[in-house]
Design a protein around this ligand. Sequence first.
Ligand code: HEM
Length: 136
Amino acid sequence: MLWIKALHIIFMVSWFAGLFYLPRLFVNHAMAGTGEAADRLALMEAKLYRFMAPLAVLTLVFGTWLWLGYGISGGWLHAKLALVAVLVAYHLYCGKLVRDFRAGRNRRSHVFYRWFNEMPVLILAAVVILAVVKPF
Ligand code: HEM
């Protein structure tokens, strides 16, 4: 069980590296407008997003393994799963933004992406507290 948990945490941390960095690229991209720098950012975004998908899947697979394979449950886990659903929606929405930027369809300012960037921070804090402290 501890090996599964270690893998769950390793993939989660790696996934979050992307969830933190990709919106930072959006901030720079929104400031860059169009041109060579914007094209380079679009390429970086697409590559990073592609790399993040398997990390997300592996985090969820090992989390589900811990949950169902070892019968770990509780109110904290249900609250955590609700937040994980929001996180997956955030991840998929990032994919839409990557496609929008690549097609030159972004209309939002860098300020929007700065705030957008804070969301995974809040979710990470809440999920780690739920999983470690298990307050209910
Ligand atoms: C399908 C999604 C997920 C499921 C079903 C799941 C389930 C679990 C389970 C059952 C544990 C073991 C808890 C224990 O041993 O007491 C665990 C540990 C943990 N999970 Fe998840 N998890 C999921 C996604 C995530 C995500 C997205 C994060 C981070 C945002 C995360 C962070 C953690 C952490 C930090 C631990 C270690 C807690 C500890 O051992 O004290 N999990 N997870």
